[in-house]
Design a protein around this ligand. Sequence first.
Ligand code: SF4
Length: 285
Amino acid sequence: MARISPLTPIDHDRDSAGMTYVYPVVSRRAGGVSVGVNLNPNNACNWACVYCQVPDLVRGTAPEIDLTRLESELRAMLADILHGDFMQTRVPEGARRLNDIALSGNGEPTNARAYPQVIELIGRVMADFDLIGKIKLVLITNGSLADRPRVQDGLKKMAALNGEVWFKFDSATASGMRAINQTRIAPDKQFERLAMAARLCPTWLQTCVFAFDGTPPSQGEQAAYLGAVARIKQEAIPVQGVLLYGLARPSMQPQAGRLSALPADWLETFADKIRAAGLPVKVSP
Ligand code: SF4
C-alpha cells in the first residue's frame, strides 16, 4: 500500500527515475533516504482508501513481477546511493544516510504472487551490499492477505532481515472500514491477520485520522479503536506501537474534497488515549 508518511519523492518521480519498481524517497524528518520498491506499477489495489495518494487507483491485483528487472534496478539504485554521487547531488545535507528499503507501492504489495521471492531477492541484494542489520526492511501493507501461507512465508523471511511491518489499522468497526478503506472485511478477521503478522515479524499499526465532511472520528469509532488496542495488550499480541498520521499529503481519490486535516492537538489527545490503552505512539501530523 502507498505510504501515508510525510515522505517526499525527491526531485524526480518514479517514472522519471527510469525504473519500473524502484524509486528513492528522502525524508528530512527521518534524516535519511528510503529506497522504495513498488510491486504495483499498475496502480491496482484490493482496497480503495479514501485518502490514498495513488493517482488513477484501480481495484485489482499486482501484475506479474519481473524479478530480474527488479533485482537489477535495486542493485543500480543501491550502488548509486552507497558508492555513486546520489547523496551529494540529490539529497540535502543532514539526510545523506540510507535508512531503509520499503515495500511501498501504488497498491497492496502482498498482492504480488512473487512477494516471498521478492523478499528473498532483497535479502540477497542486502547481503551483497553488507546492509543486513544495518538498515531496516519495511513492508507497508493493508494486511488483508496476512493469513495466506505465501505472505506468511515472506513475513518470516523479513523478520530475519531486520524487517518491520506497518499494518494499516484505521478503524476497528465494519462501518468505519467500509467508509475509510472501502473494504467489507470483518474487523475480527482483520484483527486475526494483525495478530498473525505481529507474531511473525515486528509490526506497527499504521493509522490515518482525518475529518470527513468536517467531522472527526466519532466517539464510537475512537472507543472501538481503543478497545482493539486494549485487546492487543490483553492477548499479548506483540505489536510494537502505533504510527499515527494526519492527512500529510492530499488524497488522489474522488472523496478528496470531503477530507480535511485534524488539528495537531486532536492527534495528540488521541495519541494520549492510545498510550493510556497500552501502546506507544509516534505522531506525524
Ligand atoms: S491500501 Fe489503501 S492507501 Fe494503500 S494503496 Fe491500497 S487503497 Fe491506497
